[in-house]
Ligand binder design. Structure first.
Ligand code: CA
Length: 315
């Protein structure tokens, strides 16, 4: 069985990456249970090289330390490209609350299609582009292995999800939550990141040692997803929720402003996986029965994402 930290499962991915079929099956079953009950789990031994991760965090930190004008030179423009720098309070993940106390930088794997959006690369730090492109490759590799386990968990052919994601319409997001001043009193409902669900299929979240992430249980209670060194947090998004007919849940989460950590910088890196824009998201057959018919009509992944992004940015 998976270990538990404050209830949220910790799954060892090593046996999936290196084990025989029976061990892979066991890991997939743990993911199935975790995705049904939580929509979140920690993944240990996910295959991401520790030095690569450390280098990426260091480079992210260097970028956010730049003067605001330099960061604004690569400012986020619109939901369609969804790339570049997003300043503090620009974004409201919970549209009913004030803007979030964080800054972010979005980038994405290069697309070969004509008219594809391009990344906005900052002039500094000088190695930024190379580090981020290298990290993107590692994230794609890790995410594809997780998607294979998900396919197994849902009794689909092993490449079911990987094939639907093979154009890599993913987003990598560097996040910085600046320290809040002593005596800071949040306005009503203000937070480092408001309560939200993720839009896509799965998200990989790499956290530093500063806490703050909270996940809402099915009973409606907020629990802390305390950082565990050497693990990545995996959660399922709205699109997976829809695709699996609510078998795998998309769970609200937020970053709070608790006094024990809100005066420290917090850095995290999220890799949001999205299927190919033209992938048809139709209820997976193992997630429906005569008594439990599909809840949603088919939608393309691109249409789903666009609807979600225009809600968040008020575009
Ligand atoms: Ca999120």
């Amino acid at each position: 069985m998976a270990d538990k930290v404050q209830g949220m499962p910790v799954i060892d991915f090593g046996p999936f990456l290196e084990g025989a079929e029976v061990e892979q099956r066991a890991v997939a079953d743990q993911m199935r249970q975790a995705s049904r009950e939580w929509g979140f789990f920690y993944l240990a031994h996910c295959g991401m090289p520790a030095d690569r991760l450390a280098q990426t965090f260091a480079t992210s930190k260097d970028f956010f330390a730049l003067p605001t004008e330099e960061k604004q030179a690569v400012a986020w423009q619109n939901a369609e490209s969804n790339r570049g720098y997003v300043g503090i309070r620009r974004e409201r993940l919970d549209p009913s609350r004030p803007g979030d106390l964080k800054e972010a930088f979005n980038l994405a794997p290069d697309q070969s299609e004509p008219g594809a959006h391009k990344n906005l690369w900052p002039a500094a730090p000088p190695h930024f582009k190379a580090v981020m492109n290298g990290f993107l490759d590692e994230c794609i590799h890790t995410a594809d292995r997780v998607l294979e386990a998900f396919a197994l968990a849902l009794d689909q052919p092993v490449d079911f999800f990987v094939d639907a994601h093979n154009r890599h319409h993913h987003t990598l997001r560097l996040l910085h939550y600046p320290p809040l001043p002593e005596g800071f009193q949040p306005h009503d409902g203000e937070s480092r990141a408001g309560a939200h669900t993720d839009y896509g299929s799965i998200t990989l979240l790499f956290q530093d040692e500063v806490g703050g992430l909270e996940v809402r249980t099915r009973a409606g209670e907020w629990i802390r997803a305390t950082p565990i060194p050497g693990t990545v947090v995996v959660n399922t998004g709205d699109l997976m929720h829809r695709w699996t007919n609510h078998v795998f849940c998309s769970t609200p989460h937020r970053v709070n402003v608790a006094p024990e950590h809100c005066h420290r910088d917090r850095y995290s890196i999220a890799f949001f996986c999205h299927p190919n824009k033209d992938a048809k998201i139709t209820c997976i057959d193992s997630c429906t029965t005569a008594e439990n018919p599909p809840i949603y009509d088919s939608i393309t992944a691109g249409q789903h994402l666009h609807e979600k992004l225009t809600d968040t940015y008020g575009a």
